[in-house]
Design a protein around this ligand. Structure first.
Ligand SMILES: NC(=O)c1ccc[n+]([C@@H]2O[C@H](COP(=O)([O-])OP(=O)(O)OC[C@H]3O[C@@H](n4cnc5c(N)ncnc54)[C@H](OP(=O)(O)O)[C@@H]3O)[C@@H](O)[C@H]2O)c1
Length: 285
């Protein structure tokens, strides 16, 4: 039995898609708020919350391999650490952990990367065989600019000339599914990226061509970006955590060159930014 957590999320949903109709039993761990979009005869749903040990124990019954993902939030270290401990106690042998590029227990300037580094260390010392998926920035992050792109042809952020190797969450999930299905990949750390590194100026140019209307990138200060994140209703801790992460990338502290992991593990190239824009056109145009 394979357990997929974060199964209603961008990556977890794609993991489920990769496991659907494969000759293996799959259990999706799903909260109360949403439902999975992938339905298949080999996928069962268990409702539960990471805040409940009883829910996690129930979800982990009879599980051999698990995919671990939550949204990024201040509670993620507690939630995922508890899951890792219960998974080990429950007899889980293999864990695929969704992490991120730059995960580092020691890093001082970006708390989200510390959280991921702490979780990598906790998972690695759990006694299970752990595979870390270090994703780069996901194209899905660009959806936060969709309203401004649609209304004003504008992407505004404190990104300077930093280059970002965006990856589609679907490709990260597809890699996760391949690892879960093939033990030969176990125990590795995979840096999962798209096929190119782009500045936000270049991203805006791609949007212009794809949407057939001008889209420009405008650099704003961190404080202006703070105001935008606050206005969008983000929790105050995550506003600061996001600004730190953006600054780390704009400062070239965590950027990586494209890797071949998506092609090597899934057998097809990563989705391009143009593919992503086309798939979400209604939100951008
Ligand atoms: N975005 C990026 O650029 C990026 C880059 C590198 C790494 N990452 C990592 O990717 C992860 C996020 O993955 P994602 O984009 O797939 O997330 P997502 O779309 O935000 O989905 C989060 C998932 O976690 C579940 N979840 C959250 N709290 C829960 C709880 N208390 N109990 C049960 N389920 C809960 C959600 O379920 P409900 O729908 O029921 O709430 C949802 O399925 C983060 O760990 C982040 O560090 C992201």
């Amino acid at each position: 039995m394979i357990l997929v957590t974060g199964a209603t999320g961008d990556v977890g949903g794609a993991v489920l898609a990769g496991l659907a109709d494969k000759p293996v039993a799959v259990r999706a761990f799903v909260g109360d708020r949403a439902d999975i979009t992938i339905k298949a005869a080999n996928i069962e749903v268990v409702r539960g919350d990471f805040s409940s040990d009883a829910d996690m124990r129930r979800a982990l019954e009879g599980v051999d391999a698990a995919f671990l993902a939550t949204e990024i939030c201040p509670a993620m270290v507690d939630m995922q650490s508890k899951f890792i401990a219960l998974a080990k106690i429950g007899g889980v042998r293999r864990l695929v952990h969704l992490s991120g590029v730059g995960a580092n227990l020691q890093i001082c300037c970006a708390r989200t990367l510390r959280w991921l580094g702490q979780l990598e260390a906790t998972a690695s010392s759990s006694g299970m065989t752990v595979t870390h998926l270090r994703s780069t920035f996901m194209m899905q992050n660009l959806l936060q600019f969709a309203a401004e792109i649609k209304r004003e042809g504008l992407i505004a952020g404190p990104f300077r000339s930093g280059r970002w190797t965006f990856v589609d969450a679907q490709d990260v999930g597809a890699v996760g599914a391949v690892v879960l299905l093939n033990e030969q990949h176990d125990g590795q750390t995979f840096v999962v990226t798209g096929s190119e590194s782009l500045s936000y100026k270049a991203v805006a140019e791609r949007f212009s061509v794809a949407l057939g209307k001008p889209v420009r990138y405008v650099d704003i200060t961190a404080n202006e970006a703070r105001g935008k994140l606050q206005a969008a209703g983000h929790n105050p801790v995550m506003v600061e955590a996001t600004l730190e992460l953006w600054d780390a990338c704009a400062s070239n502290l965590v950027n990586v060159a494209p890797t071949n992991i998506v092609q090597e593990l899934t057998g097809r190239p990563p989705r391009s930014l143009e593919d992503f824009i086309a798939a979400h056109r209604a939100q951008f145009a």
